[in-house]
Design a protein around this ligand. Structure first.
Ligand code: PEP
Ligand code: MN
Length: 348
């Protein structure tokens, strides 16, 4: 349930409502918009009588949120959420480009890619140090050594770092090195991991599960938010379908649907959602046209030698072309790309 305060409600009236919510045994979640404050009533599923709040001064109306996700819902927070990643805003008018290798393989590979993607428009470096591989015999990632290389690449380029944590135990280590913790498709419903990542104090990139409905995905976002993390970025990465010419099927629909249902930013991963580099640019353009707040793209200078996901990795020149095309589409829909900023971490 949400309690919508009048636009001229005083702080004392808001405090009074919050106190009453707590007295009834619920948690109050405040969302202070430009126009008015909304008080979310969060707790168990017991029905609450709106009559508890309607007569209180300063209350405009009381509405129930019928969706099972509450904190993640647009009703709770009508304005788009802007996720601040150490000074960089995700979810605003400007789109974020995250790019880098599927896996961190070695120092030279990572630094080469980091410089290339930075020069051509990325502001966030992606790269897995802990890799969720279908086969236990495939390359599993460099672990902490990979995290250290990502931190070194950040220092050299000023790019921020997004990288995956696969278990609750890995979260503190990943949080030491990352700017954003990635939760992978296979772990979207790993609830202990969601709670641990939610509590880590960093923004979380939540990938959609391979077989997850949009509602299940938003319920996973709700887990992150229910432990106090408001900085959640959703990522559509393709879902399983009967189609075999692509690795997954890009659910373009999910982008406008999520934007309607939720205030959280949503980005698209055209690499995993197609599985073939040949289709990555086209699908990236489609995602931006559909309203995505950014892209996360796999890039490798020698895809044929990549230790994972070479088939879907763009060479740096192709990545540069993709960014140019995507910028035009962004402008056509009244948006733009975040411009690369040189900051103190960037060497002169
Ligand atoms: C990845 O980003 O490399 C990855 C493994 O993604 P997903 O979890 O979407 O498969
Ligand atoms: Mn990958």
């Amino acid at each position: 349930m949400i309690i919508v305060m009048k636009h001229d409600a005083t702080q004392a009236q808001i405090d009074h409502v919050v106190a009453k919510v707590k007295r009834l045994g619920y948690k109050a979640h405040l969302s202070a918009g430009e126009e008015r404050t909304i008080v979310g009533v969060i707790g168990d599923d017991r029905p609450i009588d709106p009559g508890n709040f309607e007569p209180i001064q300063g209350v405009e109306k009381v509405l129930s949120i019928l969706k099972p996700f509450k904190l993640a819902s647009r009703e709770m927070h009508p304005m788009d959420t802007l996720v601040n990643v150490d000074g960089l805003t995700i979810g605003g008018n400007e789109l974020v480009i995250m790019a880098g290798p599927c896996s961190v393989e070695d120092r030279d590979q990572l630094l080469e890619i980091a410089h290339a993607v930075k020069e051509t428009g990325a502001t966030i470096l992606r790269g897995g140090a802990f890799k969720p591989r279908t086969s236990p015999y495939s390359f599993q990632g460099l672990g902490e050594r990979g995290l250290k290389l990502l931190a070194e690449a950040r220092l050299e380029t000023g790019l921020k770092v997004v990288t995956e944590a696969m278990s609750p135990e890995q979260v503190p280590l990943v949080a030491e090195y990352a700017d954003i913790i990635q939760l992978g498709a296979r772990n979207m419903q790993n609830y202990e991991l969601l709670r641990a990542a939610g509590r880590a104090g960093l923004p979380v990139l939540l990938k959609r599960g391979l077989m997850a409905t949009i509602e299940e995905w938003l319920m996973s976002a709700e887990y992150l938010m229910s432990v106090g993390n408001e900085r959640v970025i959703l990522c559509e990465r393709g879902i399983r379908s009967f189609e075999t010419y692509t690795r997954n099927t890009t659910d373009i629909n999910a982008i406008p649907v999520v934007r309607e249902l939720s205030h959280l930013p949503v980005i698209l991963d055209p690499s995993h959602s197609t599985g073939k580099w040949e289709y990555v640019s086209a699908v990236a353009r489609a995602g931006v046209a559909a309203g995505a707040d950014g892209l996360i793209v796999e890039v490798h200078p020698r895809p044929e030698e990549a230790l994972s996901d070479g088939a879907q990795s763009l060479r740096p020149e192709r990545f540069a072309d993709m960014v140019r095309q995507v910028r035009e589409v962004a402008r056509a829909v009244g948006r733009d790309l975040i411009e690369v900023e040189w900051n103190s971490k960037t060497p002169a």
